[in-house]
Design a protein around this ligand. Structure first.
Ligand code: ZN
Length: 155
């Protein structure tokens, strides 16, 4: 695993333990070149998902990107981190079990909104308001960049 700080590819695993109710393995890694520490997660991937945008472009499903948008929507909300991890794993499992490897980006947005609505109304409204603005463009990158932490005001 390449060190995200210095690019060295020879990093060491210092600790491995089950995470997310045993659906993942969390590894603490150390880079001997720069001393950097980082964490990786190992998960079962049932199939390689491809996101289809409305403009027809295909791109590999990017779980970290999905996580980022969900965590931003949930910022400063009283939701346990474990609950958030479980929700994200649940969303990915739903996508993986849809029987199709090609998934329209709109379907992902709908599933995220459904899941957020169940755990936190404020996060749901945040996500939905930004999402609906970008539904026409249907550009998830733009959507994620719009949903920045500084675009969320303190309540
Ligand atoms: Zn390094």
């Amino acid at each position: 695993m390449r060190c995200p700080f210095c690019g060295n590819v020879d990093t060491q695993v210092k600790d491995s333990r089950p995470a997310e109710d045993h659906s993942a393995i969390r590894r603490r890694r150390l880079c001997p070149a720069c001393g950097g520490r980082f964490t990786t997660y190992e998960r079962v991937q049932l199939r390689d998902l491809v996101v289809i945008k409305t403009n027809g472009r295909r791109e590999d499903f990017d779980r970290p990107k999905l996580e980022r948008s969900i965590r931003i929507a949930l910022q400063k909300r009283p939701v346990e981190p474990d609950r958030i991890d479980q929700m994200i794993s649940g969303i990915v499992r739903r996508l993986e079990s849809m029987g199709e490897t090609d998934i329209p980006s709109g379907t992902i947005g709908e599933i995220v909104m459904e899941s957020l609505a169940r755990i936190d109304t404020v996060a749901y409204v945040r996500f939905a308001s930004v999402y609906k603005n970008f539904q026409a463009a249907d550009d998830f990158d733009k959507f994620v960049s719009e949903l920045r932490p500084d675009s969320i005001s303190d309540e």
